[in-house]
Design a protein around this ligand. Structure first.
Ligand code: NAD
Length: 279
């Protein structure tokens, strides 16, 4: 028996990276999955692969920034599979153009800020807005927002992205609070560095190594690491967990900032106390 048998799940950004792995895992664990993406060819490929492994999936084009497209996505899910029980709000602007536009606050163009908010934050709100009625009609459901560790700590760039992702965390708490008594849970997964087409395009191998230096689990994350966390939060195994942020980051945010330097130099914060005198 699968861990999400009988459930219908919508995964936005399901054509690539984390969304692709999550759609595949949810299907393997018994869910009927709507693979939703603005990259329809990619979504179709993922749905095809799920079908070839004996699962059930529907590929659906969506631009989550557009309310009419989100409405059509939810309608397509209900028409094909009869219900919605799980929503993974995973799509975000991860392309090089958006990264380039979000480098420096003084140089920030209002339209680039607004585009980031429209996709990365408003998109998830619209998906919640339109998925909640069928979820409530089905007696409840689980929503999982994909944020980022950049929503939890400062960085040198990605001002709009980080602010939008922080908004997703509060959106999750608000949804969890307002609809909890009616059977809706809403949680957040916060990725550290996960090896996907987006992160591999954005980070040089040197930058990847520099980030991994601060992971307590000494590797980058894989899309399946995220998919397993989403599966748990989507399933009834997490029935008593709502309004929470789960960092899936190899421990990147679990330690003090000097950790990487100390490991590299083989020292500790108390080196002087245990071995050296002050003179
Ligand atoms: N990979 C990482 O290291 C990392 C770190 C922190 C957060 N995240 C977050 O994880 C999520 C997935 O990232 P990924 O690395 O798998 O990226 P990815 O680029 O591989 O996948 C993102 C998908 O979202 C789709 N998409 C983009 N805009 C869309 C829109 N307006 N409507 C519908 N679909 C749209 C893209 O077509 C793509 O298929 C994103 O929310 C990202 O911000 C990733």
């Amino acid at each position: 028996m699968g861990r999400v048998d009988g459930k219908v799940a919508i995964v936005t950004g399901g054509a690539s990276g984390i969304g692709r792995a999550t759609a595949a895992l949810l299907a393997r664990e018994g869910a009927r999955v709507v693979v939703a993406d603005r990259n329809l060819a990619g979504a179709r490929q993922v749905a095809k692969e799920i079908g070839e492994r004996g699962g059930q999936a529907l590929a659906q084009w969506v631009d989550i920034a557009e309310e009419s497209a989100v409405e059509a996505l939810v309608a397509a899910a209900v028409e094909r599979f009869g219900a919605v029980h799980v929503l993974h709000n995973n799509a975000a602007l991860t392309d090089a153009g958006q990264h380039a536009a979000d480098q420096d606050l003084v140089e920030m163009r209002v339209e680039d800020w607004d585009r980031s908010m429209a996709v990365n934050l408003r998109g998830a709100m619209l998906c919640c807005k339109h998925a909640l009625p069928p979820m409530l009609g089905a007696g409840g459901g689980s929503i999982v927002n994909t944020a980022s560790n950049q929503a939890l700590s400062g960085d040198l760039t990605q001002f709009a992205y980080a602010a939008a992702k922080a908004g997703l965390i509060q959106l999750a708490r608000s949804v969890a609070t307002a609809y909890g008594r009616r059977g809706i849970r809403c949680n957040v997964v916060s990725p550290g560095l996960i090896r996907t087409p987006a992160s591999e395009a954005a980070c040089t191998p040197e930058m990847m190594d520099a980030i991994v230096e601060h992971n307590l689990v000494p590797r980058a994350g894989e899309p399946d690491d995220m998919a397993h966390a989403v599966l748990f939060l989507a399933s009834d195994e997490s029935a008593f967990i709502t309004g929470q942020v789960l960092c899936v980051d190899g421990g990147q945010l679990a330690h003090l900032p000097h950790y990487g330097h100390l490991v590299r130099t083989g020292s500790t914060t108390t080196s002087r106390a245990v071995g050296e005198s002050a003179e």
